[in-house]
Design a protein around this ligand. Structure first.
Ligand SMILES: [Zn+2]
Length: 205
């Protein structure tokens, strides 16, 4: 069965973790736009160099360039049974640029703002690979990730900054969700990773 899954949800919804879980279960790749840009830069291609220059200038990669990167990625053979696209398209202009493929599932992991705030304020990010994790008995700021990078608390993970980002997400993503209509399945994101995984499994079945 073909699984072309768009996985959406606010920061702190756990969608990155669920993307990894279902990538393994369904044997399809999972990626987000940030990762595609980083991967392309690493290849040293002309297009990658162009992206790197844009980022070094402190500018954003255009929707057109992002869509081009995605098109290249979806042409690779490992996507023949589908893919999980994590957090894209996140606004209507990205939606309009993503006109070369049609998802089979649009999953939106929904969590209340208080839950987002709670989770994000205990969040750590790896300086090396950008992975996120939660502070726990096994993980604290300053520890090293498997990639060799250091786990740290982002400066912008303050309640005010988080609230602002959640507001932007809500405003930008609502029209995208509306566009996908019947493909959209809302997933309750409150609960353990396993519980949320089960909910997604049911929706995909
Ligand atoms: Zn890392």
């Amino acid at each position: 069965m073909m699984h072309k899954i768009l996985l959406m949800g606010p920061q702190g919804s756990g969608k990155g973790t669920e993307a990894e879980i279902f990538s393994e279960r369904l044997n399809i790749p999972a990626f987000g736009m940030g990762q595609l840009i980083r991967d392309e830069i690493v290849t040293g291609s002309d297009f990658g160099k162009k992206m790197e220059e844009i980022i070094l200038r402190g500018e954003l990669v255009s929707d057109e360039n992002a869509a081009h990167l995605l098109k290249l990625r979806l042409a690779k053979p490992d996507t023949e049974n589908g893919y999980i696209l994590d957090g894209y398209p996140r606004n209507i202009s990205q939606y309009n640029a993503f006109d070369f493929d049609t998802p089979t599932h649009v999953l939106v992991i929904d969590i209340p703002r208080d839950e987002s705030l709670k989770r994000l304020s205990g969040r750590l990010t790896c300086k090396g690979c950008g992975r996120v994790g939660a502070v726990s008995g096994d993980l604290k700021a300053g520890d090293l990730c498997g990639c060799g990078g250091e786990w740290y608390q982002r400066d912008d993970d303050t309640p005010e900054a988080i609230t602002r980002r959640l507001e932007i997400y809500k405003n930008d993503t609502a029209p995208v969700i509306e566009k996908y209509g019947d493909l959209v399945k809302m997933i309750d994101g409150v609960g353990s990773i396993e519980v949320v995984t089960d909910r997604i499994e049911k929706v995909l079945a």
